[in-house]
Ligand binder design. Sequence first.
Ligand SMILES: [Zn+2]
Length: 88
Amino acid sequence: MEKKYKNCQSCGMPMKKDPKNGGTNSDGTKNLMYCSYCYENGDFTQPDMTVDEMKTLVKGKMKEMGFPGFLSGFFTKGIPGLERWKNA
Ligand SMILES: [Zn+2]
């Protein structure tokens, strides 16, 4: 059985915040590891992105959404530990 993740394993966004409830595999099935922003049709939407670029992106997004800096800092610190970046 496929493991269920509470957060996207690329950007760290809570999966329940994803309007599509997950990315899609190349065969059209749901991918439960990554959100629809990061993963579509079996590929990362931004395959060349580095973990630092992801951190910057997420920090910017959280700022846009009105989160205080300490919270986005805390949140993005966890990104390198996600599945996508673990073996990088
Ligand atoms: Zn994501």
